[in-house]
Each structure stands twice: as structure tokens, then as C-alpha cells.
Design a protein around this ligand. Structure first.
Ligand SMILES: [Zn+2]
Length: 405
């Protein structure tokens, strides 16, 4: 494969630092979490107008409850690869932030606020990249598509919409913060409820009932004893370990009544080779085994209601041999002047949906430090933002000029 490394234009000649800072600040100043009326609606309208004001084709696609995705496009001339930039427009709640989450204050070269790093900074960089392409007059070989999607912190409604639509590209970048590294894999993620059924009776006659709380304890012990060692054996070089977490447990009605029901909610992070079905089967096996020993034991496992729309949250598995990986690696190298590291074991992202359901080779790469996401003093440095714009612009020039196979 031949990658053109000469004659890359210099993005910094086509925009100013102030312009990028001001765009990032504008995005942070528009709250877009689940308690915001309309959620991502206002920010999507803002982004759409902003892009259109810079002569970019941009449209809103209402996804659910009038919450729209923003889809913008720089058309290519059809001689090369198309590339999608994907970023979510929602954020988590401000929780107990110690700074004003929406002031977007600047201190020591860093912009502070909810979403600064996860991932309004990346959204600003994606938008600026398209604007720069427009300003330079660079015509990519294939379309450069920006998808600003809703709901990634929830059910990923926005990217689920993308994969069910006819919007396609030869590769995609998801802009989750990666601190000059990049990820080609991460674990899948599903939430499950284990419902334990008992039989109520007066606490004075516990022998007449079946205690669901005690049976929940049995289930938990068996998972620790039988499943934990199995999970310990599983490892994927890009996704990391296969793990689970008992998140909540709710059961019983009152102290003087034998508990007739107990619900355990758990989170399961699974690796390539495992599926939602295979991990459910592991729990089902444990349920069946306990039941064989104790016929009064009754339980079932289900996907936690309301934890997804329709599609599951599979692992991301992109081959390191994909042209997008080498093009990105080269583009990061332009800036950091050394071979970038592959990040392993990051959290789930929309990249899993793009790769699994739309078969788009997808890599996670975005400005800032992931460990600052969702934190009390979330921030991103302007230097990281400018470097990301450089890298995205270099990537477009490299990847879209590759001839399609
Ligand atoms: Zn994110």
C-alpha cells in the first residue's frame, strides 16, 4: 500500500486557536445531558447552523423524541476512500462537579466543563476539520462524513440510527479521548438482571416460605466460585480482561416477611469470542446447577429492560492491518514524532456498533485524557485540541486519497 506523505497542507494556516477555543466553549455552554430539556436538541441545532454558516452541507436527522443527529459531509471526487468522523453530542450529568460545568472557563491553557474531554472537544475538532477542508478547497477522494450522534451515554440511539441507515464509509474514527494513543479493540458491554423468585411467608414460620434473598446469596457465591475462575482465564490482547460486576441488589418487602423476590443487576464486559448469548448462557448454567441441587431455587436472567434500543453492545474488533489504522498511525506520528501506542482495555464506545453492524473498520482516537472524562474538574487542553485537528486533517489527506480496492 502506498501512502502519500508529501504535500500535506498545514491545517494551522487555515484557522486560529481562538476560533477552535470559542467553538469548544460554545459546545460546552450548551448542556446536553439526560436532564436537559430536549437533551441534545439545542446543541445539534447549533452545530448544524455553525457548519452551514461555514458552507458545509449539514442536515439534522431526528432520531428519537425529536433529538437529532447532525450529519455533515464534504463530498469526495470518487477516486478514493470515504471516512466517517463519529462523536456523541450528549454528556453525563454534572453530578458533583466542583467547577461551573457550563462556564467553559479557560485556565492555564485548558478549557474546563462538562463534556470538555468527553467529547465536545473532539466534536469541535471534527467540525473544524471539515471547515478547514472547505477553506483549503481540498477535494478528498471519498466523502468525509461527520456524524454528531445522540445518546452514547445512554442507549446509543444516535449511532444505532446510523448503522440502520444507508450512511456508510470505508472507515470511521470515534473521537473518544485517547491521549495520542488509539484503540482498535474494546470489550462488549451488556447489563443483565437476575431475578430470584421465592415464596412469602410470615417471618415466624420461615419454613413455610422460600427466601429469595438467601437464594440470591447462593447465586452470588456460585458465580464467584464457578464463573470468576473461568473469566480470569479469558483475555484479549486489545480488549483486555473479561469481567463482571454485581452492581445492585434489591429484594424483600419488610423485615417480618420472608422475601419472595430479589433482583441482582450486573454489568458484564465481554471480549471477542464471547457474545451476549454466550455470557447469558454462563449465568443460566449456574442457575440450572443450583436448581438441580435445590428444587426450591427459582431464577431467571434477562437483559436489563430499557438498557438498549434493539442492538446489543458488541466488542470492537478492527484489524491492525486495516488501511485506516496505518493512515492514523502515520498521522499521529507526524505530531508526536514517535510510534503511537495502542490503548488496550478502554470502555465501550459507539465504535463497537459501527464495526459490528455496519462493517466499518473503526478506530477510537480523540483529544484529551480519558481519565478526566466524567470527573469533577473535566477539562481538555487547547494544545491537545489543535494537535487533534492536525492529526484529523493529515488523516483525511492520507486515507481518502487511497484508491478503493
Ligand atoms: Zn464518550
Amino acid at each position: 500500500m502506498i501512502i502519500l506523505t508529501t504535500n500535506l497542507f498545514d491545517p494551522r494556516k487555515h484557522y486560529s486557536e481562538d476560533e477552535l477555543i470559542s467553538l469548544t466553549q460554545s459546545l460546552i455552554r450548551i448542556p446536553s445531558h439526560k436532564d436537559t430539556p430536549g437533551q441534545e436538541k439545542e446543541i445539534a441545532y447549533f452545530m448544524n447552523e455553525y457548519l452551514k454558516n461555514h458552507s458545509i452541507d449539514s442536515v439534522l436527522h431526528p432520531v428519537i423524541d425529536e433529538r437529532p443527529n447532525v450529519i455533515a459531509r464534504i463530498s469526495g471526487n470518487g477516486t478514493g476512500h470515504s471516512l466517517m468522523f463519529n462523536g456523541h453530542t450528549d454528556t453525563v450529568l454534572p453530578y458533583n462537579m466542583t467547577i461551573d460545568p457550563y462556564a467553559a472557563e479557560i485556565k492555564d491553557g485548558k478549557i474546563y466543563g462538562r463534556g470538555a474531554v468527553d467529547m465536545k472537544g473532539a466534536l469541535a475538532c471534527f467540525m473544524m476539520t471539515l471547515i478547514i477542508l472547505r477553506r483549503t478547497g481540498f477535494v478528498p477522494g471519498g466523502d468525509v462524513i461527520f456524524t454528531g450522534v445522540i445518546g452514547e451515554e445512554g442507549k446509543s440511539e444516535g449511532t444505532e440510527y446510523i448503522v440502520k441507515s444507508d450512511i456508510r464509509a470505508d472507515a470511521a474514527i470515534v473521537g473518544e479521548p485517547s491521549d495520542y494513543e488509539y484503540a482498535v479493540g474494546h470489550r462488549g458491554l451488556e447489563w443483565f438482571d437476575v431475578i430470584i423468585y421465592g415464596k412469602a411467608s410470615h417471618s415466624g414460620r420461615p419454613d413455610k416460605g422460600v427466601n429469595a434473598i438467601e437464594h440470591a446469596m447462593t447465586f452470588i457465591q456460585r458465580v464467584k466460585q464457578d464463573l470468576y475462575p473461568v473469566l480470569k482465564e479469558k483475555y484479549d490482547e486489545y480488549s483486555g480482561e473479561s469481567v463482571m460486576n454485581f452492581g445492585t441488589i434489591t429484594g424483600g418487602t419488610e423485615q417480618s416477611t420472608v422475601a419472595d423476590r430479589c433482583v441482582i443487576r450486573l454489568d458484564r464486559r465481554y471480549i471477542p469470542g464471547e457474545t451476549k448469548e454466550s455470557v447469558m448462557a454462563e449465568y443460566q448454567e449456574i442457575i440450572d446447577r443450583i436448581k438441580a441441587e435445590d428444587p426450591t431455587f427459582s431464577a431467571e436472567i434477562r437483559v436489563t429492560p430499557d438498557s438498549l434500543l434493539e442492538l446489543y453492545h458488541p466488542p470492537l474488533i478492527t484489524s491492525v492491518n486495516e488501511p485506516i489504522v496505518s493512515a492514523l498511525r502515520e498521522s499521529i506520528k507526524d505530531i508526536i514524532h514517535r510510534e503511537p501506542t495502542i490503548t488496550r482495555g478502554i470502555g465501550w464506545s459507539d465504535a463497537g456498533l459501527l464495526k459490528t453492524y455496519a462493517n466499518i473498520p473503526t478506530v477510537v482516537f480523540g483529544p484529551g485524557d480519558l481519565s478526566l472524562a466524567h470527573t469533577e474538574e473535566e477539562h481538555v487542553s487547547t494544545e491537545d485540541l489543535m494537535n487533534a485537528v492536525d492529526i484529523y486533517c493529515h488523516l483525511v489527506q492520507r486515507f481518502t486519497t487511497l484508491a478503493p480496492e
